[in-house]
Design a protein around this ligand. Structure first.
Ligand SMILES: [Zn+2]
Length: 435
């Protein structure tokens, strides 16, 4: 593929991660041509230039207390955040190396691929997505695990924060389309009671999709067992959105809905969260070592391609930041993700310079729109992934797995040939952990 120049191949993925912005104008209006220079060296120069220009143009440092102020010049018009549920980082790298994810490759070629670690909660869907859409700790969201949760308080998600920052719901369209009914769900107690985990849209009667749930689909026993008294994580969020569309379904159903809502809500600007459950379901059913798991990732990639194609057709691509990531990885060659902290981020955001945790992604999105994330209450645990990497991290390198904090005391045992040497060995699920 195009991004695999000899230099990049020699240095492998670490070099690809460092490649940014070639010959294309970016959101700050900077144009670059790296054809005759060392890309690696220029990556740094360009990153610094872009950052400086971004600051000069007011890129992202408006005061949050301005509230109704419009977004500063230089900020993106739209953001699309996409979750490919349960797709392990080593497998993403494997598929990229084999040119099996062409649309993800095209996206990151314009921005970067970053290492994201899941920290602070079990590596499961509910807390992963609660963090992804708030940047907050579990203590704030109330979403601790798939079994222990309550609705995220009103005002805490990136959707609501953007509405407030821009001065109202009419200033930005916000919507969520999900492929899981319960774990990325927004049903209230009565709806859960009526529908159980048997499928159907939030607020509607169970649909026939329930019968198609794959073995190991992690919402089935969970929602029934949890019997939440207050509602699912996005029960309160749902009220603030233009559309909250959740059901148990695969990319073939989620993808067209994404395009439908994008078309409907493209004006004046939008913040969209699009969730594809396919890798997680394929992993539970067939294992993370299976062809089916990889094919599920490819299905996601096809829809990414269609979404990007639509964005380009609308002439919105240079105004739209796209972030693709996962809520958790998968245990190596297993049907579980009990200890699977290997998330990742692929984005066309040229200002993203380093990896971090899930919470850093929503912090990045808010900052890119112009919100002063340091002043938000409750305080975000995430920090923008722009600017210099935190001390101890290199911008162009995946961060080490074992840093002595949070991610853990795991031993790196090598593991899958040709994949991630740092992949941790599976270990028994922590008490209370669910899928
Ligand atoms: Zn799962």
């Amino acid at each position: 593929m195009e991004y695999r120049s000899s230099q990049q191949s020699a240095a492998g993925w670490h070099a690809i991660i460092g490649v940014r912005a070639r010959q294309q104008p970016d959101l700050t209006g900077v144009s670059m041509n790296l054809s005759s220079v060392s890309r690696r060296r220029w990556t740094w120069t360009i990153a610094a230039s872009v950052l400086v220009l971004g600051c000069l143009r007011g890129g992202g440092r408006a005061r949050a207390e301005d509230g109704a102020a419009k977004a500063p010049e230089g900020t993106p018009q739209n953001v699309i955040l996409i979750s490919w549920d349960g797709l392990d980082r080593p497998v993403v790298k494997e598929l990229l190396d084999k040119d099996k994810l062409p649309n993800l490759a095209a996206l990151l070629k314009e921005g970067s691929f970053q290492t994201i670690e899941v920290k602070g909660h079990t590596t499961v869907t509910k807390p992963g997505h609660a963090e992804m859409l708030t940047g907050l700790d579990t203590k704030e969201t109330g979403v601790y695990s798939n079994a222990k949760y309550e609705p995220i308080p009103e005002g805490y998600t990136i959707f609501e924060r953007m509405q407030k920052f821009l001065g109202g719901k009419d200033k930005i369209h916000t919507f969520m389309v999900t492929g899981k009914l319960a774990h990325v769900g927004g049903r209230g107690p009565d709806e859960i009671k009526a529908g159980g985990a048997k499928g159907g849209k939030a607020g509607k009667k169970p649909g026939k999709r329930a019968r198609d749930l794959p073995d190991g689909a992690d919402n089935v026993p969970e929602a029934e067992r949890a019997g939440p008294e207050k509602g699912e994580p996005f029960f309160l969020t749902r009220k603030a959105l233009d559309v909250f569309d959740a059901a148990q379904r695969d990319a073939g159903e989620v993808g067209p809905l994404c395009l439908k809502y994008l078309e409907r809500y493209k004006e004046p600007r939008f913040l969209a969260f699009l969730h594809f459950s396919d890798p997680d379901h394929a992993g539970h059913k067939h294992g993370s070592g299976s062809d089916e798991y990889r094919e599920a990732a490819q299905d996601c990639d096809k829809w990414l391609g269609k979404i990007v194609k639509w964005v380009k057709k609308e002439n919105l691509y240079d105004k739209t930041l796209i972030y693709v990531m996962t809520d958790h990885g998968f245990d190596p060659d297993a049907h579980t993700h009990n200890h699977a902290p290997h998330s990742w981020l692929a984005t066309n955001d040229k200002l993203v310079t380093h990896g971090g945790t899930i919470a850093d992604v929503p912090a990045t999105i808010l900052a890119r729109f112009g919100v002063d994330v340091e002043k938000l209450e409750p305080k975000l645990i995430g920090k923008p992934l722009t600017g210099p990497a935190p001390k101890g991290e290199k911008a162009d390198e995946p961060r080490k797995e074992d840093d002595g904090k949070g991610a853990g005391k795991r031993k790196n045992k090598g593991g899958r040939k040709g994949l991630d040497k740092n992949a941790p060995a599976p270990k028994p699920a922590p008490e209370g952990a669910t899928l």
